[in-house]
Structures are given as C-alpha cells and as structure tokens.
Design a protein around this ligand. Structure first.
Ligand code: CTP
Length: 409
C-alpha cells in the first residue's frame, strides 16, 4: 500500500533534501514521498544502497525527482565526488526505509556504500525511519544502535505496527507520511531558525579606482562577512552576499561581486527589497579619487602624483532613509581602536541602525585578516552584549542568536 496522501508542510518547501534509501520492501513506498516532496517545491536527490536497487529501480526515483539517483560510491549521479557531494549539498537527510543493517552501520560510523558515506559526510539534520521485520526490530542490538543515534542528535521515526511483508503482524512497518513529515519538520525547526528569512550580507573592503590598474582600499579581508553569510545560510535563510572580497562562499549563498561603494549601494538597493535583515560587515571606503584617470598613469609622465579625494556617501545611512526598505533590520559593524561602546552608540544613531557590532582592532590577535574576532553588540534600545573572543564563524552565530528574536515577524 502506498503512503497516505498527506500535504507537504510549508517548512519543507524549498529545502534541499537527500533521500537515502536502503534495501527493504518499504523502499517502494518512498517513491510516493519523493514525488510529493518534489511536487511541493522541495529539491529531492536520492541515493540508494545496492540492495535498495533490488526493490526499486534508480530510474523510478530519477523519474519522480528529475535527478539521477546515486547508487554507488563510484557510479551514478552527476558529481565527480558522490561520496561527499550529497551530504554537502543537503539541508536535511531522510533515511527511509532504514534497515537494521544501515542503522548498525550508522551507529558504528561505517561508510562502505553511498548511503552510509553520505551520512558520514553530512552536516545537516538527519531523520531515520527504520522499517524491518518485527523480530529484527525487537533485538537489543538494533535498539541500542538507535539509542546511540538519538544520543547523537538523529531524529528517529518509530515504525508502526501492522501487517509486515514476512506475513507476521507486529512493529516494523515504515511510518506513514504524516509521521515522516512531522519528524522532518521537527528536525528542520530545531536547526533552521532563519528558514523563510531573506538575509543580505556585505563583505570586504570596497575598492575605489585611481586609474585602470590601481585602486584605494583597506585591510578588510571580508572573512567576517563570509562567516555571517555561511551561518545565516546554514540556519536556513536565503542569503545574498554583496562582496568586494573574493573567497569561496558557502554553496547556499548567492554572491554578487562589487568593487566600489557606489556599486555596493546600487546592488543593495535592489537586493534589499523584501529582505528581513542587512548585516553590513563591509569596510566601505570613506574617500575616493575625485577623478579617475582613463588611462594608466605612467611613471615617466609625472615625478609625483597628487590625488584629490572626495568623501563617499554613507551607504547604510542612505538606506536607512529609504522608505521602501523600512522593514529591513539593519546591523552595522564598526572597527574601533578605543572606546568601543561610546563610538558604537554614536555610529548606531548617526547611521539609523537597529544594532551595531563594535570590534576592537587594537588587539593583534583578532580583527582584520584574523580568523578570530571579539567585540560588543549594541542595540538601539540600549541593550549591550559582550561578544567574547571566538572564531568569526562562532561570533556570526552568536550575533544571529541575539538578532533573531528582534526581527519583525
Ligand atoms: N559604512 C557605510 N558607508 C560608508 C562607510 C561605512 O555604509 N561610506 C558602514 C560600514 O559598512 C559599517 C558602518 O557603516 O557597517 C560603520 O563603518 P565605519 O567605517 O566604522 O564608519 P565611518 O562612518 O566610516 O566612521 P569612521 O570615521 O570611524 O571611519
């Protein structure tokens, strides 16, 4: 009997879900599940153990999801590295049906097929839906393995009781669609607290051209902005990173590259429509050449060079004055070498921000170029939170933890 027709919950729509199928008769039931999820706008990719392919053909899953099902560590799918590609890509993994064998391999950390290798390479929440014969289900070894998985944060969907393929009646039938969806939503909510949110992050030091080969910039590495974008994407937000720096970005982040402050402002004006949160980590230049030379300035042409600089308008302050963007919660970042609190509060007010992170660039162990940061997060209502020294990624998550409850619904 196929799975019951249950509407796909909104929380799952738009997610990247890896469906890992192991070799049990219930494999045929998850074809319906893959189809329902795909039709609801979820991106589903399937990997199967060799035994699972004895129950359902890979072509069936390809037919319903539109993507080839990966069936081996070296075969199937469209990635040169199938053993890590799917785990890397997925925002949620569902193992269904999970046989006693797969549950045992997971508990033991084995990775000798595409399903267990994907699980070991994954960073996302995992939901396991066991299905097996009632005698197997009742074995202490199986229950101990499931207890181990639960302890490690895996969500286990208890099988149902009823008629089993062996002819017996008992516990071991794959849970119904409602039970699977509930467990998936539970796992998603716990991890993806920014799901449905649109976040725009800026990063790097803007570059203002002097001539076609030279520019004025600053020491900002862009690492804090990239860490913020990755953290927001890992928590389920749709993230655009408007960046003047180039680093490999998290695969869930859309990157728009800009050079100058003017380009950054124009990009932000279009990206921020409908956004919930702006994290303005870019070190925007304060001055730019008043005139850009059209041709490379040659050494022979001039013994000395005087550059006339003009000031650059404040991007974040001008965004604050834009009524169309009034719903966007704006967080600024200030690199300071003294008086973090008072300078932070002054900038927060001057720039019409909702919050500001002031970090201390006088310390050599943190800040520009470093993988570490520390500072203080100040909100417009006067509340203050110390941000202890941490990796930029840890600090990014801490900032999101503190900002999230203040986002308008
Ligand atoms: N900022 C901006 N546009 C500018 C300069 C800065 O939007 N032209 C933003 C930065 O991205 C950051 C915040 O304002 O989020 C604070 O940047 P900072 O350089 O500390 O502010 P300034 O006003 O330039 O102050 P200072 O005189 O200390 O450089």
């Amino acid at each position: 009997m196929p799975l019951d027709p249950t509407p796909v919950p909104d929380e799952l729509r738009g997610l990247r879900i890896a469906l890992l199928v192991s070799g049990g008769i219930a494999a045929y039931k998850v074809v319906d599940l893959a189809s329902a999820l795909t039709q609801a706008g979820t991106e589903v990719r399937v990997a199967m153990t060799p035994t699972a392919t004895r129950f359902v053909g890979a072509a069936t899953f390809e037919g319903v999801t539109g993507h080839p099902a990966v069936t081996g560590l070296f075969s199937g799918g469209d990635s040169p590295e199938p053993h890590v590609a799917l785990g890397d890509w997925a925002q949620l993994i569902l193992v269904a049906p999970a046989t006693a064998n797969v549950v045992g391999k997971m508990a033991g950390g084995r990775s000798d097929d595409i399903v267990t290798a994907t699980l070991l390479a994954a960073r996302c929440p995992v939901v396991v839906a066991p299905a097996m014969n009632d005698a197997m289900w009742s074995k202490q070894a199986v229950q101990d393995n499931l207890a181990t998985l639960r302890r490690r944060g895996v969500t286990v969907v208890e099988p149902e009781s009823g008629h089993l393929a062996s002819g017996h009646s008992g516990a071991g039938r794959l849970a119904g669609a409602q039970g699977l969806f509930n467990a998936m939503v539970h796992a998603v909510r716990a991890r993806y607290d920014l799901a449905g949110r649109r976040v725009v992050v800026t990063a790097g030091g803007t570059r203002e051209p002097i001539d076609p080969v030279r520019f004025i910039s600053n020491y900002s590495s862009g690492k804090m902005g990239f860490a913020l974008a990755a953290a927001a994407a890992d928590r389920g937000a749709r993230v655009t990173l408007v960046s003047a720096a180039s680093h490999p970005a998290h695969h869930g982040v859309e990157v728009q590259h800009v050079d100058t402050a003017e380009e950054m402002l124009a990009e932000l004006r279009s990206q921020l429509r409908g956004a919930d949160l702006l994290l303005m980590a870019a070190a925007v230049g304060d001055f730019r050449p008043a005139r850009i030379a059209r041709h490379k300035i040659r050494r022979e042409e001039t013994a000395s060079l005087n550059l006339q600089l003009e000031s650059i308008p404040d991007i974040v302050a001008s965004l604050a004055g834009d009524e169309a963007l009034a719903g966007v919660f704006r967080v600024g970042f200030a690199a300071e070498d003294s008086d973090l609190d008072s300078k932070g509060v002054e900038k927060l007010k001057r720039k019409g921000l909702h919050a500001i992170v002031a970090n201390d660039i006088s310390r050599r162990d943190i800040g520009f170029g470093s993988d570490y940061n520390a500072g203080v997060l100040l909100f417009a209502d006067g509340s203050r939170h110390e941000l202890e020294k941490a990796t930029k990624r840890e600090m990014a998550d801490r900032i999101l933890d503190l900002v999230l409850p203040r986002l308008p619904h």
